[in-house]
Every structure is written in structure tokens, then in C-alpha cells.
Design a binder for this molecule. Structure first.
Ligand SMILES: CCCCCC/C=C/CC(=O)SCCNC(=O)CCNC(=O)[C@H](O)C(C)(C)COP(=O)(O)OP(=O)(O)OC[C@H]1O[C@@H](n2cnc3c(N)ncnc32)[C@H](O)[C@@H]1OP(=O)(O)O
Length: 713
């Protein structure tokens, strides 16, 4: 709803009131209509200010309303009503003006923003476009190139940038509503006619066609198969038409997106990102019953790629860091790399680099005086155990001990310490200062407080933290295993890496499985498999009674570790080269392999690649839910979208399973398992069967079918 009062004698003040972000629900939209009527019919009122309750202008349309039939006045006529008002209307923007919130501000005749306010049209992240006139008014106000950038990226713009772009008229450090009221008094006698953006022509640009073509190419590349970014470009292109025609085009494009599965997937992802913050553990411990401990000082051990990124993320979050590395050369290199990452980051954010927040050490001693340690040494259990033993002896009581392992047993590490309750996994994703995902792994003895502290620290670092149980590979890497396995089996049966990758990239992954493996390095998994007892030079296709593909191992034995060695599943022009080309050597190698094992290559189609790779991965997701390693499907989906480049417009693997239809997923898995009884990951798991028997409930209801955690509190 909205509140109304008259202030300073002649200014009508309308306050949007819908905590926490004043989203434009039906009641708020109705409130705007009613309060505008009041202000316009009050003879004493000469001008109007619209602001938001509690320091937040408006977070946009109420996304929760999108899943049911819309009621109340529509936003487009509400904004048109504001713009066509005969009295000047000023938007007082504090906190955020996003989506429909910014569109409402664009309907006002003037915009005053607080210096800390953020503005943006993030609809593209919800599978939509700014469909309440935003795609038509923004280019008219700031020009096509800047509008295309804001609308297709959905990024937030600072008040300073907004002022530079002409998006706001004034920026203030003072009380924004007071300033807006003063401003409204100063323009009270002026006609708003010349301030109605809908009457502006779209600013001239010498080569608009090239601008649209370039952006269209970029958005198609950035988000393969996503409808919204393309529609955003098309809508902005319509801003060169007369306003009414442009609005009609915006409406048509929005109508298509609004009912699309992609919009549903992306809106699910929005709420899933927030749902994972409400974590729980099998013990019954929960986010709302556990207080995190504030971390002021942390230590990072091991300054390879991961340790460097983690150090930067901590410093940028305001935590003092001791970065430790025993190898002198590595320490020197790390110092330089970390400083330049901090400098670049600070420049981007327009602040001074916090170089004084980090110091370096070549020994463990400083661990005695920190609140939390993150171990990021090489992925080797013996080495990590040694580090945890040393930490246990050195650290003051209460220091949290975290490991950045990507899949090793957190319980084993905890058992090396005197305080296993303070041990958790903090699995970052490379580059750790950029990637938004953090898996927080609780072991069987991790205390709720240790989990809460790691979750909160992740949030402080700008990450979306997901609490998961301890098992081989945790959630993300555990599900990756059957996916990779299927890709290898498909090669054995006749596919090529190029074809498998093409199918997965068409699905929406930024990179197919083989290009991704080449980029990450084939040797990483190989070393782990060898540590697990993989014999050298052994190409058997059955291990422990199950089908096994030795292709990855055989490539590593040839020194083909991927991009870094210039050879892997593809060839590159040089070690570290980035352009992947099909390699005739590999073709020949695969043919010889098939002959050696009596395999006859067959034609594998698009559908089989997708189903075998993705359904095997999804099936593992159901197992993870069944085992209680993830508390709900949202946790898995957030991990896959933010950590494994699962396309956001497909919601995540669990959401996708529901979209495809659980019955179909079950049938196809049954079919493939019948064809390949020696591949256990294709055997449909019980939870999937249970859900199908229960009528395939929507993903939001799956938690009801999972075992309830036993409260031990
Ligand atoms: C044919 C139909 C025509 C329709 C035309 C109109 C279309 C308009 C398009 C839109 O406006 S779509 C919405 C665009 N806005 C956004 O995408 C903003 C989304 N919100 C955010 O980015 C953030 O929430 C924030 C505003 C930056 C605040 O961040 P903060 O970290 O402070 O809080 P959160 O934890 O994210 O959110 C708190 C709480 O509020 C819920 N919420 C936030 N925004 C909305 C919203 N727009 N609608 C409904 N609910 C919203 C969020 O889910 C949290 O709830 P929880 O229950 O505590 O998890």
C-alpha cells in the first residue's frame, strides 16, 4: 500500500509501504493510484514527491505475484498516470530503484537519488524485460547504447554513474526525501510537459544498426538459448519508433516472456538463492537458531590460485588476512598477484585498495592469533592432515578450522584436531574472488556455530553460501562424476568430443564437458583416481564389476593434460592456448581404442547425448537428496547454476527434471539402464520413483518427501 501526507505546505508526499523492499504488489499499485488522485485533487498541493518506506525506494514488481493471475491496476497505466500528472512529480530514490521501481521513477518528472542508492533494470535475470515502459523510456533518456548495456546486463548502477548518464537529476548525501521536497517546492510552478520522457525522441546515434547487431551477438553468446536478453534488445530497438508503437512492441515481447518456462526457471532461481540461506542440518540445527561468530582476522594457508582468490575475497569483505605460503618463490608471486587483484578490484568499485589489510608469512605461527583459518593447500589428504595437526596445536581456543577441499572427507581432517566441532569445509570455486558460490560442508561433528560462521563469512564475501553434508565430492563434484562418465562412454560408443560439447553448449552450458575438462586440467581428476588405487597403464573397462572408461587416464599417460599442455580432448596452438580445435590424433586414438576393445562405433544422436549426460547427473541429485547431503532441491540447483555454469534459464538440474517431467526422466533412465546394466549411475534412484508414484509434485514440494532431520537439540 502507499501512505499520503502533505508536507512543507504544498508538497504531496506519497510513501510506498511494503516491507522489506516496497515491491509493487497489487495493494501498492492501487495505493499509488489512490494517493496520486488525492495529491492531484488537493488544491493546496502544487507538486508531489514519491519515496519508499524505510530508506528503500522500490525493489520492483512483486515477483511472488507472477505465479498467479494478476489483480489490481496494471503497472503500465499506473506509471502513465504519474507521468501525465499536471503537477510536477519528483522521485526520491534511496536504497534501491530496481525493475518496476526504476520504471516508476522514469515516469516521474524528476529523480533525486541518495549517493548510496543503486538503480537498475534487472528483469533480464528473471527471464523478463522492463515491461512497464522501461525499455522505451530509458533509451529516450540516456541513449540507446547506455540503455542496452543496463537492460541486457541487468547490472546495478551507482548514483554517481546514474548522474553521469543523465538517469537522475541530482545526487545528495543528505536526507533524500527532504532534498526532494525542497526540489519539488522549487519546480512547483513549472509545467511538467517538457519532462515527460515518453515525449522525448530517441537520441540520435550515427550507426544504430551496428550497435544493435553488436549487442545482439554478445547477448546470444553470453547466454546461449536464453530468450530474455534477445527480447530486451528487440524491445530497445522499438524505442526508435513512436512511443505508442514502441510500447505495443514491448507488450508483445513481454507477453511471450512472461508465460515462458525460462521466466519460471529464473524466478525460481531468484527465490532459491534466498532459500539456501535458511539452512538446516540433519541434527535439526538451523539458520535461525544459531548465531555466527564475527570473524575479524583470518589466515589463508597455501597461496596457489585458490588461496590467492580466497585472500582477495576476504580482504574485500573487510577481514584482516594473514596469507601464508612455505614456498618462497610462490609467496613472492602471490604477493604481487594479490596486490594487483586488490588494486583492480578497488579501481572497479571506485575505492582505495585495502592493501594494509593483508600481511604475508612463510610459517604457521600467526595462526595462533586468528579467528578462522582457511586451508587451501594442494588437494592431497596426507598434506591436509598434516596442516590440520599443526593448526590444532597452534590455534587459540575457538578458532574455526576450514578446508577448501573440493571433495575430500571433512571428518578425516576434523579427526586430526582437538576441536572437530570447529572444523568445516569451505569449498570455493575458481576464481575464488569472482565466483559467487561457496559450498559450506559440515562433517558429522561440525557444530552448528561453525556452520553458521562459515555461512555468514561467505555472505560477507558476497557469496551465496550453501550448507551441504560431507561425502565424496560433496554436492557439485559428486554430481559431476556420472555426467563426465557418460560423456566418456559416449566417446567409446562412437561420439566425438566436438559433438558432445556442441549438444551441451546448445543446451546452454558456457562450455561443453570436454572443453571444460581441458580448461580445468585433466591431471587433477587423474591424480585423485591414482590416489584411489588406479593402476598405471591399465585400460580395463570394468572396475569393481562396473563399467569404467579409462579414456581420461590414457590421455594423461600421454601427457595430454588439456589446455595448459596444448593437448587434451582438443588441440591448441600452444600450451595455454585458448582456441580448441578438433584433433585428428584423438580421432585415431578413439578408433584404435574401440578396435582394441571390440567396440563398433554407432551413430549417437543429440537426444541421447543430452539424456545420458544430464539425466545421470540429475539422478545423482535425487540420491543426494535421499542421502540428506542437500536439504532441498534448491540447494542443488543454486550450486549448479552458480558453480557449474548450468544455464540459469533452465533453473538448475532438479528444476529441469521437474520441467521435463519426472515420469519421462524415470522412463528414460530405466531405458538406458536396461541397455547398460553395468552403469549403476543410470539406475533410477528410489526418491525419483517415489516422487513419480506421488504424482510428480512441483519441485517446491519435494522437501515433504525427504526424510525429516532428527532433532538432537
Ligand atoms: C505482463 C505483465 C506486465 C508486468 C509489468 C511489470 C514488470 C516489472 C518487472 C519487475 O519489476 S521484476 C522485479 C525486478 N526487481 C528485481 O529483480 C529486484 C529483486 N530484488 C533484489 O535484487 C534484492 O532483493 C534487493 C532489492 C537488491 C534487496 O537485496 P537484499 O540483499 O537487501 O535483500 P534480499 O534478501 O534479496 O530480499 C529480502 C526479501 O525480499 C524479497 N524480495 C526482494 N525483491 C522482491 C521483489 N521484487 N518481489 C518480491 N519479493 C522480493 C526477497 O525474496 C527476500 O524475501 P525472503 O522471504 O526474506 O527471502
Amino acid at each position: 500500500m502507499a501512505q499520503y501526507s502533505r508536507v512543507s505546505g504544498t508538497v504531496g508526499l506519497i510513501t510506498l509501504l511494503n516491507p522489506p523492499v516496497n515491491a509493487l504488489s497489487a495493494a501498492v499499485r492501487q495505493g499509488i493510484v489512490d494517493m496520486m488522485d488525492k495529491a492531484l485533487s488537493d488544491r493546496k498541493v502544487k507538486s508531489v514527491v514519491i519515496c519508499g518506506h524505510n530508506g528503500k525506494f522500490c525493489g520492483g514488481a512483486d515477483i511472488r505475484e507472477f505465479s498467479s493471475p494478476l489483480t489490481g491496476p496494471l503497472l503500465i497505466p499506473v506509471i502513465q498516470g504519474v507521468e501525465s500528472a499536471a503537477k510536477p512529480v519528483v522521485a526520491a530514490i534511496e536504497g534501491v530503484a530496481l525493475g518496476g521501481g526504476l520504471e516508476l521513477a522514469l515516469g516521474c518528472h524528476y529523480r533525486i537519488a541518495h549517493s548510496k542508492a543503486r538503480l537498475g533494470l534487472p528483469e533480464v535475470h528473471l527471464g523478463l524485460l522492463p515491461g512497464a515502459g522501461g525499455s522505451q523510456r530509458l533509451p529516450r533518456l540516456i541513449g540507446v547504447p547506455a540503455a542496452l548495456d543496463i537492460i541486457t546486463t541487468g547490472r546495478h548502477v551507482t548514483a554517481a554513474e546514474a548522474l553521469k548518464l543523465g538517469l537522475v537529476d541530482r545526487v545528495t548525501d543528505r536526507n533524500t526525501v527532504d532534498e526532494a521536497v525542497k526540489f519539488a517546492l522549487s519546480v512547483a510552478d513549472q509545467s511538467p510537459q517538457s519532462r515527460r520522457i515518453s515525449t522525448f525522441p530517441c537520441p540520435h546515434h550515427p550507426d544504430l544498426d551496428a550497435v544493435f547487431e553488436g549487442v545482439m551477438q554478445r547477448v546470444r553468446q553470453r547466454a546461449r538459448g536464453a530468450l530474455a536478453p534477445v527480447a530486451c534488445v528487440q524491445a530497445v530497438a522499438a524505442a526508435t519508433l513512436p512511443f505508442a508503437q514502441g510500447m505495443e512492441r514491448e507488450r508483445e515481447l513481454m507477453a511471450t516472456l512472461f508465460t515462458s518456462g525460462q521466466a519460471r526457471a529464473q524466478q525460481y532461481h531468484f527465490f532459491a538463492q534466498r532459500a539456501v540461506g535458511r539452512w538446516s542440518m540433519p541434527s535439526g540445527a538451523r539458520w535461525d537458531k544459531t548465531k555466527p561468530v564475527a570473524v575479524h582476522k583470518a589466515m589463508v594457508i597455501g597461496l596457489g590460485t585458490m588461496g590467492r582468490g580466497i585472500s582477495v575475497a576476504l580482504v574485500q569483505a573487510g577481514v584482516s588476512v594473514v596469507a601464508m605460503e612455505t614456498n618462497e618463490k610462490q609467496l613472492m608471486d602471490a604477493k604481487q598477484a594479490i596486490s594487483s587483484m586488490l588494486e583492480r578490484g578497488a579501481k572497479r568499485r571506485g575505492v582505495a585498495p585495502a592493501l594494509d589489510k593483508i600481511r604475508y608469512s612463510s610459517d604457521m605461527q600467526p595462526a595462533a592469533d586468528v579467528d578462522l583459518v582457511i586451508e587451501a593447500v594442494f588437494e592431497d589428504m596426507a598434506l591436509k592432515k598434516k596442516v590440520f595437526q599443526q593448526l590444532s596445536a597452534l590455534c587459540k581456543p575457538g578458532t574455526f578450522l576450514c578446508s577448501n577441499t573440493s571433495g575430500l572427507d571433512v571428518d578425516q581432517l576434523a579427526s586430526e584436531t582437538r576441536t572437530p566441532e570447529l572444523v568445516v569445509g569451505m569449498h570455493f570455486f575458481a576464481p575464488a574472488h569472482v565466483m559467487k558460490l561457496l559450498e559450506v560442508v559440515y562433517g558429522s561433528r561440525s557444530s552448528p556455530q561453525a556452520v553458521a560462521t562459515a555461512m555468514e563469512l561467505g555472505k560477507q564475501m558476497g557469496k551465496v553460501s550453501v550448507a551441504v553434508g560431507n561425502c565424496r565430492g560433496f554436492v557439485g563434484n559428486r554430481m559431476l562424476k556420472p555426467y563426465l562418465e557418460q560423456a566418456f562412454f559416449l566417446l567409446e560408443e562412437g561420439a566425438t568430443p566436438e559433438f558432445v560439447d556442441q549438444v551441451l553448449e546448445e543446451f546452454g552450458f558456457a562450455m561443453g564437458v570436454f572443453r571444460m575438462s581441458d580448461l580445468s586440467g585433466l591431471d587433477v581428476g587423474w591424480r585423485v583416481r591414482k590416489a584411489d588405487g588406479l593402476p598405471d597403464g591399465h585400460s580395463a573397462r570394468i572396475r569393481q564389476g562396473c563399467r569404467y572408461s579409462p579414456l581420461g587416464d590414457l590421455l594423461c599417460e600421454q601427457g595430454r593434460f588439456g589446455q595448459k599442455t596444448g593437448r587434451g580432448w582438443y588441440q591448441y596452438d600452444k600450451p595455454g592456448g585458448q582456441v580448441a580445435k578438433p584433433d585428428p590424433w584423438l580421432q585415431d586414438f578413439l578408433e584404435k581404442f574401440r578396435t582394441q576393445h571390440g567396440l563398433v562405433a554407432r551413430r549417437i544422436d543429440h537426444q541421447e547425448v543430452l539424456e545420458r549426460c544430464l539425466y545421470a547427473l540429475m539422478n545423482e541429485g535425487f540420491r543426494i537428496l535421499e542421502d540428506g547431503i542437500a536439504a532441498g532441491p534448491e540447494d542443488i540447483d543454486v550450486i549448479y547454476v552458480l558453480g557449474y555454469s548450468w544455464p540459469p534459464h533452465r533453473g538448475g538440474p532438479m528444476f529441469y527434471a521437474a520441467m521435463v517431467g519426472l515420469k519421462k526422466v524415470l522412463e528414460r533412465l530405466e531405458h538406458y539402464h536396461q541397455e547398460h546394466p553395468d552403469i549403476p549411475s543410470l539406475k533410477p534412484c528410489n526418491l525419483l520413483r517415489k516422487l513419480v508414484v506421488s504424482g510428480s509434485p512441483p519441485v517446491q514440494k519435494w522437501r515433504e518427501f525427504l526424510q525429516k532431520p532428527q532433532s538432537q537439540l
